[in-house]
Design a protein around this ligand. Structure first.
Ligand code: GRG
Length: 296
């Protein structure tokens, strides 16, 4: 998925960092167990690795600061999954290959685990970021994850349940907030941490925006593969169920074309960034291989 050398170095370091801090810093045993259960269950670590890869394109990663910021992004992502799985939301039984948090620890503790992860993220960034940048980075994280970003997307999704949004633009807006905002956060946070100029920041945002859309289209296509043996039938099922997915709006070929287009645009943004900033973006481009399976 990511470039091999980058992944082999930073994925284990990030996982060890998360395990160590969650083991040493949390004092309430039941809450600690519940928070650790979901974070340490694994997951692709896409968002924190995107942050680290972006920083590394420009300068060496500073473990004390950058692992805290990367880890914080993963804490917020994990909180969102715990809350998304709750009976009041998606009511899911399994996540990351194991029982969902509320199935294991009960609903009340799962809510608190999510609350704990969300707030801990801001503690980590506030303490680890350079003093002159900590406020801005906390605000950026809030903007992406809170009521102007991911939480708003989730609210739109909940309000639209059972209705078909119908228009491609409406689905794009929903996804840009629900999954895209937190997927773009690694780039905006890295831009601030690195002190990038407006043009470089815009190109990174561009990469993040296209990556986020590609991620959602890919996720929709992959869901479909699991749904039925015959893809055409599965798309038809999505349409009949009023699902707001790219294949149900665009058809299978249309969704695959849209995925290819987003990946192409993300690649163009990264290549342009490499040119204007005179940096190496191999690790960033490596993330685009994630989508290969649906682009054959
Ligand atoms: C509850 C405030 C609140 C927000 C929830 C992220 C989210 C918003 C809901 C998740 C719903 C979902 C499964 C969307 C599909 C795309 C997605 C975000 C998948 C999960 O992210 P991955 O694939 O997960 O990066 P891992 O486990 O690999 O980290």
């Amino acid at each position: 998925m990511v470039s091999v050398a980058f992944d082999q170095e930073w994925r284990p370091r990030l996982n060890a960092y998360l395990a160590k801090r969650l083991t040493t810093e949390l004092t309430q045993p039941e809450l600690a167990a519940s928070m650790k259960y979901s974070v340490l269950a694994g997951g692709k670590r896409l968002r924190p690795l995107l942050y680290l890869a972006t920083v590394q394109a420009f300068e060496p990663i500073e473990a004390d600061c950058d692992l805290a910021v990367a880890g914080a992004i993963e804490l917020i992502h994990t909180y969102s999954l715990i809350h998304d799985d709750l009976p009041a939301m998606d009511n899911d039984d399994y996540r990351r290959g194991q029982l969902t948090n509320h199935k294991k620890f009960g609903e009340a503790m799962a809510i608190l685990a999510g609350d704990g992860l969300l707030t801990l993220a801001f503690q980590w960034v506030g303490n680890a970021a350079p003093a002159t940048l900590a406020g801005a980075m906390c605000a950026q994280l809030a903007l992406a994850s809170g009521p102007t970003g991911m939480v708003a997307g989730q609210a739109i999704d909940i309000s639209a349940t059972g209705t078909t949004l119908g228009a491609l633009d409406a689905v794009k807006q929903l996804d840009a907030l629900k999954t895209g905002a937190l997927l773009t956060a690694p780039f905006t946070l890295a831009a601030t941490r690195l002190g990038l100029d407006d043009q470089q920041t815009e190109l990174l945002r561009d990469f993040g925006g296209h990556f986020g859309l590609a991620f959602q289209i890919f996720d929709d296509l992959q869901d479909l593969n699991g749904d039925a043996q015959h893809l055409g039938k599965a798309v038809h099922k999505d349409v009949a169920a009023g699902k707001n997915t790219y294949p149900s709006l665009l058809g299978l070929t249309g969704a695959r074309n849209a995925l290819t287009q987003e990946v192409t645009q993300a690649r163009q943004a990264a290549v342009q960034l490499a040119t204007v900033a005179h940096v190496e973006v191999t690790a960033l481009l490596g993330f685009l291989n994630y989508f290969d399976e649906e682009m054959k």
